[in-house]
Design a protein around this ligand. Structure first.
Ligand SMILES: C[S@@+](CC[C@H](N)C(=O)[O-])C[C@H]1O[C@@H](n2cnc3c(N)ncnc32)[C@H](O)[C@@H]1O
Length: 286
């Protein structure tokens, strides 16, 4: 068959079925794969060929078990150049039940019940770094613009919304699943007309310069397996132009990541707000 068109779907959309060949790039997080297999199931028929591809180090017995449990009989190829293929044939008799996603946890000492789509950062409980940052989110009655950068399930932006009744908060993340979770969580708590924006973008791409009073972030500290700070660096430097003069960037991170030096270099100032054995909360003013 000739391929006549390609339609791109984001991770929240279901492909229209039925499909004859399904190609899956095996994600690093098992929960993401589980979510994708549940979504994909709807468009499979008994003769669909499913071919997964991934780095051998991301393919474990648990990966194959997921295919077997949700879709059907599964086998793998030998590894070639550190990569492997997975072949799976749907078995219509399998009933894996409903997808477990999103999962929920109750945010300590509040009535917030936080939804977390598959693959989200710290989706079973509040991250300790995030908790430390929450202690320092300022309170104010003035009209202002706040950004939760790399919002995940949106807990930082929600606390900022609560403490700043006149603020407009924008939630941004590169992950559609994260932004969907943040929006669901915000709407469940602030159903009474509080305004917020939800953007799936890379860092602060497209947010006007000089538009924000406060940017709050717990930046991603690794991508894939290589521990790197390129995204954090990009977030900090873009925050430098998106903030209004006098606006504040507040960051939490592992102490060993050395964000202090980076922020000092970019902003010319960096104040330590709080520190514990593992994390540090820093503030730079544009
Ligand atoms: C350490 S998590 C923090 C999540 C949430 N704010 C919290 O504290 O629980 C970092 C977040 O940054 C997001 N992220 C990673 N790379 C990004 C990028 N290039 N642009 C925007 N967000 C990104 C991730 O999807 C993740 O949700």
């Amino acid at each position: 068959k000739e391929l006549t068109s390609v339609r791109l779907l984001n991770s929240l959309q279901y492909p229209d079925g039925p499909c004859d060949i399904a190609l899956v790039k095996i994600p690093k997080h098992l929960s993401l794969l589980e979510d994708q297999l549940y979504r994909m199931r709807r468009s499979l028929h008994p003769d669909t060929h499913i071919i997964g591809a991934g780095m051998a180090r991301h393919i474990h017995t648990s990966t194959l078990d997921l295919f077997e449990r949700i879709v059907g009989p599964t086998r793998t190829s030998l590894a070639r150049k550190k990569a492997r293929l997975i072949f799976c044939q749907p078995n219509p008799a399998i009933d894996p039940g409903d997808s477990p996603y999103p999962t929920y946890y109750t945010f300590e000492n509040t009535a917030y019940r936080l939804a977390n789509q598959a693959g989200l950062f710290s989706r079973e409980k509040l991250d300790n770094g995030t908790r430390l940052l929450l202690e320092h989110i300022p309170r104010s009655d003035r009209k202002q613009t706040i950004i939760d950068l790399g919002c995940g399930n949106g807990v930082i932006g929600m606390v900022a919304t609560e403490r700043n009744p006149a603020a407009a908060v924008t939630f941004v993340d590169e992950s559609f699943l994260a932004v969907a979770s943040a929006e669901e969580n915000f709407r469940a708590v602030f159903s009474d007309g509080r305004w917020a924006a939800f953007r799936t973008i890379d860092c602060l791409n497209g947010i006007p310069s000089g538009s924000a009073d406060l940017i709050l972030t717990n930046p991603p500290f690794h991508r894939d397996r290589a521990v790197g700070d390129a995204v954090a660096w990009q977030m900090f430097s873009e925050a430098g132009s998106v903030l209004k003069p006098g606006g504040t960037l507040m960051v939490v991170g592992n102490r060993h990541l050395g964000y202090h030096a980076k922020l000092k270099r970019l902003f010319g100032n960096c104040r330590t707000m709080s520190t514990d054995t593992k994390f540090v909360v820093l503030e730079s003013v544009r």
